[in-house]
Ligand binder design. Structure first.
Ligand code: EPZ
Length: 437
């Protein structure tokens, strides 16, 4: 059997990820300067694409980032019969498909965590669901008890057998549901099921992330009747069916933007982010300003610079509108060379400090104790060979490489491709010396 020249695996190996050797090389120490356009939000795109299977109508989605997680989600909805095609670099049309209930196999579900967002839509559309569990993610066990509790509250019968999520729901009925924790995925799954349930659903203690609001807005464009998204309580009046020709542009990616903002500050640069929604940055901007970073808000731009020496800060990750866990690793990199002591508490995921190990290889002084990391600023980071362990850890290592003296090589760069489109190109345009080998 022919072998894949990279991975020495059979050419048709199910492991179709790019070779782990796909590595990013950075010669650091140069300030980032210029303008960069931010793409659509990965976590809004994944939720909206899941919701698109709730109807057979023609849907055109704009501002969809062509990243590997989105391509993996498109592969899954096409497998269920939706017909999605790219009409442009960031425009996807879904139309003309005849959706059928099919078991979503592990080879598709394993490619992204968010495959679990198909649970609610499959139950609402087909009355049943069989989805291979996406498997643990590096940052934590990623349980689904809140998803199951909420969907069971709507009348679904759910279980896990032989590595598959199994669900049936003859008829979903509206109910009052309280979420012990404002889980983003659970809020989204319950919302997508409730829009086609009989009667009213009230979900309390919901996630308020902008991506949840974007999903609600998209569903309302499809004829759903959802109120209160972005507050603690969402009310949904169930309807018989969704449809209509829909054209919808998703929100920009506040985490991609935040990553470039932190990179600009960490390299002592001056970068203007274009196509952003400034209110989505309140949590990050407050922390950057506390660290003495200069942030200037425009209509749909943010200008980030670091004219003064930075100050150490303490960070506690919290559900929105608290400080985003998805920005925690990136801030850890920035704080590595800020004189003084910074304390980071990661309250959302139980294993999201793995990047500390890799930063230490670059000379960082970080002590991790459970959910607390203490960062002692050092004068400079040194370039080194490091490895990405998850998407945002990879982004944090790119920032560290941009800050460091000398060359940094980041392997397992495919993790970064899950959430960042054209990363090297965008950073090169800002003056970075960065390449992919
Ligand atoms: C979403 O993940 C995002 N992913 C994550 O982004 C993000 O970090 C996270 O929300 C928090 O903001 C997508 O939107 C595709 P959660 P999700 O359910 O929905 C616990 C990235 O880098 N929990 O809000 O999985 C869970 O263990 C990714 O873009 C339960 O206990 O996050 C975690 O500790 C990473 N039971 C906490 O809640 C459940 O049933 C937050 O999880 C569900 C979650």
């Amino acid at each position: 059997m022919p072998v894949n020249k990279h991975m020495n695996l059979p050419i048709n190996s199910p492991d179709d990820r790019p070779a782990p050797e796909s590595r990013i090389v950075i010669n650091g120490g140069r300030p980032l300067r210029g303008r960069v356009r931010i793409a659509g939000a990965k976590n809004a795109a994944l939720a909206v694409l899941s919701a698109s299977i709730l109807a057979d109508n023609e849907i055109v989605l704009e501002n969809i980032p062509n990243i590997s997680d989105v391509r993996a989600m498109l592969e899954i909805i096409n497998y269920l019969g939706a017909r999605s095609t790219w009409l442009g670099p960031d425009v996807v049309r879904i139309s003309g498909g005849a959706l059928v209930q099919r078991e979503i196999p592990y080879r598709l579900a394993r490619k992204l965590r968010a495959s679990n967002l198909l649970l609610g839509p499959c139950l609402a559309r087909f009355g049943s669901a069989r989805i291979a569990l996406p498997g643990g993610c590096n940052i934590g066990s990623r349980p689904m008890d809140l998803h199951f509790k909420g969907l069971a509250g709507l009348g679904a019968d759910l279980g896990i057998e032989k590595g598959f999520i199994r669900g049936t729901a003859k008829r979903l009925r509206g109910n009052r549901i309280y979420l012990d924790f404002p889980s983003v995925g659970a809020t989204e799954n319950i919302m997508m099921a409730a829009v086609l349930a009989e009667g009213q659903t009230i979900i309390e203690n919901v996630a308020k992330e902008p991506e949840v609001v974007d999903l609600a807005n998209f569903l309302n464009n499809m004829g759903a009747r959802i109120r209160g998204a972005g507050t603690d309580i969402i009310k949904i009046e169930g309807i018989k069916s969704l449809g209509g020709r829909v054209r919808y542009a998703i929100i920009p990616d506040r985490i991609e933007a935040g990553t470039y903002a932190v990179a600009a500050a960490a390299t002592g640069g001056d970068v203007t982010l274009e196509n952003v929604i400034p209110p989505h940055f309140e949590p990050l901007n407050a922390k950057l300003r506390e660290a003495n970073v200069k942030v200037e808000e425009g209509e749909d731009t943010l200008r980030v610079s670091a004219p003064e020496p930075l100050q150490p800060v303490n960070i506690k990750t919290m559900p929105y509108p608290g400080f985003a866990t998805d920005m925690q690793s990136q801030m850890m990199s920035l704080l590595c060379t800020v004189p003084g002591t910074s304390v980071i508490v990661e309250n959302i995921f139980e294993n999201r400090f793995q990047v500390a190990e890799e930063l230490r290889r670059m000379g960082a002084r970080i002590k991790v104790e459970g959910r607390v990391a203490v960062v002692e600023g050092v004068p400079r980071l040194q370039g080194a060979q490091v490895k990405a362990t998850d998407l945002r850890a990879g982004a944090a290592l790119v920032i560290a490489g941009l800050m460091a003296e000398g060359q940094t090589q980041i392997c397992n760069a495919y993790f970064i491709d899950r959430g960042y489109k054209n990363l090297e190109r965008k950073l090169k345009s800002l003056g970075a010396e960065i390449d992919r080998i």
